[in-house]
Design a protein around this ligand. Structure first.
Ligand code: ACO
Length: 320
């Protein structure tokens, strides 16, 4: 039993911010940002939330797949920027879209989140437990970045992407995933400190910390490794892959990965210039663009790959 994506959707905030807008807040420039990471603008929420964008993307994916919310038996939301501790974003989406027959939960695997959600659904499908999943990557990273740190605040954006995935025995599917918690400090952010009758802590206001060079080295090593393993495990050649749908962290990571794999850059669609790095939302947003632009046809083999905080990585080979 394997997995086929039958519909996709995306949701972006109305408000966007150019590099020039950012240069009014921190000491940076359009030239620096474009040349280092390829980002030209990013969407930043004013009225939207992680949940509202997740539900909006979900409804578009449901419509695109032509399914009823009542047919969905599994909802997974990948996010590190949930609006509430409880209920989960997935349970809130279940309520908004009326998917009352589903089991819903959130998953935290940072920028690999959507692909890890897909792999989780794949495992449930193989076990015969669920048949139709709604998978969402949704982030409001503008809530957690340090807006005074020019090294990180220029990189991220808000948004959500969603896909309907259905169990299908006729298609080829493979997965690779893993984590390296030992090097997890390269992307680090504290949660709520202990605060109880015995221990008092100030809530610190520090945002996301990133060791940019460590993340870069990790990414350009792990993604080719995942791609080669997927091809090897599934007995296919890289020439059989139509697109590599990679997490949109930055354009230099994507170019370096293409070079290391010896694959043409045209096989690596990029949209980071429009959205910035939307963490777990980037892969489904890009997938939705490819789908709605008619760039994917039945039978196409594509590799999705997410990598990031944890450190974590997840890759999936799927057939359209
Ligand atoms: N504008 C202008 N100058 C800046 C900016 C900025 N926005 N940010 C940093 N600089 C300066 C630094 O202060 C430093 O100045 P100094 O030499 O006077 O001290 C200089 O630029 C070089 O800084 P580095 O941090 O060493 O820059 P580096 O060459 O490593 O490039 C970058 C930084 C582009 C982030 C790179 O490390 C990278 O691509 N890393 C990958 C990280 C990434 O994409 N993370 C995304 C989140 S994680 C994920 O999604 C997987």
């Amino acid at each position: 039993m394997c997995i086929r994506i039958t519909g996709t959707g995306r949701s972006l905030p109305e408000n966007f911010m150019t590099n020039d807008d950012l240069a009014e807040i921190v000491d940076t420039s359009d030239e620096w940002i474009k040349s280092r990471v390829g980002i030209e603008r990013r969407y930043i929420v004013k009225n939207e939330t992680t949940t509202s964008m997740a539900a909006d993307a979900a409804l578009k994916a449901i419509e695109n797949a032509g399914v009823s919310p009542l047919d969905i038996d599994l909802i997974i939301v990948a996010s590190v920027t949930n609006d509430k501790v409880t209920p989960s974003t997935a349970c809130q989406v279940q309520d908004i879209i009326g998917a009352e027959n589903a089991m819903a939960f959130d998953l935290n695997s940072a920028c690999s989140g959507f692909v890890v959600a897909l792999n989780t659904a794949m495992a449930y499908f193989k076990a015969g437990i669920y048949k139709k999943a709604l998978l969402i990557g949704a982030e409001t990273l503008s809530k957690i970045v340090d807006w005074s740190d020019r090294g990180t605040c220029v990189l991220f954006g808000d948004g959500a992407g969603a896909a309907i995935a259905e169990a299908d025995e006729s298609v080829m599917t493979g997965l690779v995933q893993g984590t390296d918690g030992i090097r997890g400090k390269a992307l680090d952010m504290d949660g709520m400190p202990i605060n109880n009758p015995f221990v008092k802590n100030e809530i610190s206001g520090s945002g996301l910390f990133m060791d940019g060079q460590a993340v870069f080295k990790f990414a350009v090593k792990i993604v080719p490794k995942c791609v080669n393993k997927l091809c090897e495990d599934n007995n296919i050649d890289k020439s059989d892959i139509k697109y590599y749908v990679l997490h949109q962290a930055n354009s230099r990571i994507i170019q370096t990965v293409a070079k290391r794999l010896g694959e043409p850059e045209e096989k690596f669609p990029v949209n980071v210039h429009k959205y910035g790095n939307t963490s777990g939302a980037s892969v489904p947003i890009l997938l939705d663009e490819l789908n709605r632009d008619g760039k994917l046809v039945k039978g196409d083999k594509i590799i999705l790959c997410g990598f990031g905080g944890g450190l974590s990585w997840g890759a999936a080979l799927i057939e359209w």
